[in-house]
Design a protein around this ligand. Structure first.
Ligand SMILES: Nc1ncnc2c1ncn2[C@@H]1O[C@H](COP(=O)(O)OP(=O)(O)O)[C@@H](O)[C@H]1O
Ligand SMILES: [Mg+2]
Length: 261
């Protein structure tokens, strides 16, 4: 597999490497599209461990994590879920948006996330001791956190925590250039626009522009799509559904592109 590109923001590579070595589970907080998934894929490659990703949602069951009995022409057989596979064979089990999962689903993580490092499987009566290369990583977006949800302190207290933000301007420019192949002048301009949008505290804008959307915009422009249109479809429209706000944001974008394009 080719080398995964990841531009480090602070000391997260070192921290993750230590956590992996010491068998400490890790919690990553941060807004959507800021590089969490990319970071974990990168670390998996660096540490030579498979990554088992599960995107959590409120219908996720313990069986989806741990496994279930299935039936084929030979009868029933047990099928490991992604968590069990990682526990057995070693690997990073990454539970994305953990807060979306119900608490009764994630309770199974407790004995894996502390010194015991075991996974009890009720259905088979097995208790699996985690492989030495098993690592548990969970993430969530604090912006989405509601009073009702949130993580139980007893769960949170089992993890080393790491907070991600959108990259600083220079780094974000470098990422956009690398990911889209766009020239540095346009990358600079896009990062500037996006940071202006991130400053806005419009009531109709519920989220910040992500690095992901920035990369999409740059890709469209690189392929010859008109820059203002690219900004509209990849950035502005995804921030709000309110027509007036869209008009205001488009004007802000225009200020950057009308002058010299
Ligand atoms: N530090 C980084 N290094 C390289 N690419 C990054 C970085 N941060 C963000 N990206 C880019 O942003 C995109 C979205 O990041 P992703 O990891 O999917 O976000 P998240 O999982 O936080 O929602 C990636 O596909 C990549 O193009
Ligand atoms: Mg992700």
């Amino acid at each position: 597999m080719s080398q995964i590109y990841y531009l480090e923001q602070e000391n997260e590579v070192d921290l993750f490497t230590h956590a992996a070595k010491l068998n400490l589970p890790m919690l990553i907080k941060g807004p959507t599209g800021c590089g969490k998934t990319r970071f974990i894929e990168y670390m998996g490659q660096q540490l030579n461990r498979d990554v088992y990703t599960v995107v959590c949602h409120d219908d996720l069951s313990t069986a989806d994590l741990v496994g279930r009995y299935l039936i084929d022409e030979n009868g029933t057989y047990w099928q490991d879920g992604p968590l069990t596979e990682a526990v057995r064979n070693g690997g990073i089990c990454y539970l994305d948006e953990i807060i979306e999962a119900r608490k009764d689903t994630t309770v199974v993580l407790h004995s894996l996330a502390d010194y015991r490092r075991v996974l009890p499987i009720d259905k088979t009566g097995e208790t699996i001791e985690a492989h030495k290369d098993f690592m548990l990583v969970v993430s969530y977006n604090p912006g989405y956190q509601s009073m009702l949800k949130g993580m139980k302190p007893s769960t949170k207290q089992r993890f080393i925590s790491l907070s991600f933000e959108y990259p600083h301007a220079e780094e974000e420019e470098a990422i956009v250039i690398k990911e889209s192949g766009i020239d540095s002048e346009t990358a600079k301009k896009l990062v500037k626009i996006v940071n202006e949008l991130r400053q806005l505290k419009e009531s109709e804008i519920h989220e910040d522009v992500s690095t992901r959307l920035l990369v999409y915009t740059a890709k469209l422009i690189k392929e010859g799509f008109p820059p203002k249109e690219a900004c509209r479809h990849a950035i502005v429209e995804s921030l709000t559904d309110d027509d007036e706000t869209i008009a205001v944001l488009e004007q802000l974008v225009s200020l950057h592109f009308d002058t010299d394009i």
